[in-house]
Design a protein around this ligand. Structure first.
Ligand code: DSN
Length: 414
């Protein structure tokens, strides 16, 4: 970063500070990860200068020789990984991807069945504060006491409500979905089936969990979570919806795609096609299972009964009497970063909920395995037990830093 250092020391220092924070901290936010240096280089490339409205070979501006190459590489690699009939790599992120998908197949006022936010769903799946909920009529389904979706009830709901779309997917739900059941219910009521795989795209690409693409009409995702790419979005769909999705993206919702982001996505998809990405995805699942088992040993209440993916949702309030916010703050002090999170039908408010969400994709990228996860759980439990003992928290922080140093990230970039 020699030019930046010379020209703009304030920004340079903030970036250095962030790199140090990422190196010395234990990153357990379930939706975060560390991209490779190759992805960073593509993201910081001259493609950021280019406007390229339209699609490969059908652009509105000149000078598209290299943008077409990049976008086609990204699409081809994504097709190989996910087996989709059609892929659009232009959505700027997950929320735009979902809005684009809705607008491609729905009319204002149409009904959608989506998962309730407090049961693990996502804001953009129809939470009342979002634009999508102002345009479409979302009916929200929930999980049962056993942490599973009751597909019989979901079917009854679908038969009664007659939605135009049935939406699967989540941002804090930890169990494997039954893709076939979603497909059957959608078919029975003549609804479009859609799934948002933002959290689990990397697990699917790495073949650690089943691929929903053959079952759903439309699949949306972000590209920066378990998939370990640049911040961005992607929509996959059956050929039948290809034209509607592309038109809804551009010119319907967005202007020029961010080609530097698509270049970095192409690099990340290339990485995900390599065999070691499958090892990575499998290790995420193993690490999350250890996280669950260890926390249970300390009598922490794990929501949905456990995990089948990369994260766990913990009811800290009813386990140890700390709120999610208090737990997040205490863990921040020891360099363990995670987020407070609502639990199903949480009586507490979203800014001070009952739960915390813990995910392992980022620490797994660093090379941490079962042994390190056990150490992390021990520190979490210890820090929360001693949340008002600053000396104790500082000594845990030093242990966290020492372990992080053994698993470096961005050695060269720093
Ligand atoms: N903010 C993301 C997450 O943390 O799950 C979802 O958009």
């Amino acid at each position: 970063m020699k030019h930046l250092k010379q020209q703009d020391p304030a920004v340079y220092e903030a970036i250095r500070g962030e790199i140090k924070r990422q190196q010395e901290g234990m990153e357990l936010i379930a939706s975060e990860n560390y991209v490779s240096e190759a992805v960073l280089e593509a993201l910081g490339s001259a493609f950021t200068n280019k406007y390229s409205e339209g699609y490969p070979a059908k652009r509105y501006y000149g000078g598209q020789t290299y943008t077409d190459i990049i976008e086609n590489i990204a699409i081809e690699r994504a097709k190989k990984l996910f087996g989709a009939e059609h892929i659009n790599v232009q959505p700027l992120s997950g929320a735009p991807a979902n809005m684009i998908a809705y607008s491609a197949v729905l009319q204002p006022g149409d009904k959608v069945l989506g998962m309730d936010l407090s049961h693990g769903g996502h804001l953009t799946h129809g939470h009342p504060v979002t634009l999508s909920a102002k345009i479409y009529n979302f009916i929200r389904y929930k999980t049962e006491k056993n942490g599973k979706i009751n597909y019989k009830k979901l079917e009854e709901m679908a038969l009664q409500e007659k939605p135009k779309m049935i939406l699967a997917g989540f941002s804090a739900y930890t169990r494997q979905l039954d893709y076939q059941k979603f497909r059957d219910i959608a078919k029975k009521v003549g609804a479009v089936s859609m799934i948002d795989i933002a959290h689990i795209a990397g697990l699917i690409a790495g073949k650690a969990i089943p691929n929903p693409v053959p079952y759903f009409d439309i699949v949306t995702t972000t590209t920066h979570k378990t998939l370990r790419g640049p911040r961005g979005g992607m929509i996959m769909c059956r050929e039948k919806y290809a034209e509607a999705i592309d038109k809804a993206c551009f010119p319907g919702f967005q202007g020029g795609p961010h080609m530097h982001q698509i270049a970095a996505l192409a690099v990340c998809l290339g990485e995900a096609l390599k065999p070691d990405f499958q090892d990575y995805a499998r290790q995420i699942i193993k690490n999350a299972k250890v996280l669950e088992t260890e926390l249970k040993k300390y009598h922490y209440k794990i929501m949905f009964g456990g995990t089948d993916n990369h994260m766990v949702l913990v009811d800290v309030y009813n386990s140890i009497g700390l709120t999610g916010k208090e737990a997040e703050i205490a863990l921040d002090k020891v360099g363990i970063t995670l987020n407070k999170n609502v639990i199903p039908d949480d009586p507490r408010p979203p800014l001070d909920p009952s739960g915390i969400r813990i995910g392992v994709p980022a620490v797994t990228t660093r090379g941490m395995k079962e042994k390190e996860i056990k150490m992390i759980v021990h520190w979490i439990v210890d820090a929360l037990k001693n949340y008002n003992n600053d000396n104790k928290l500082e000594s845990i922080r030093q242990e966290v830093i020492a372990l992080c140093k053994k698993f470096p990230v961005y050695e060269k970039t720093s």
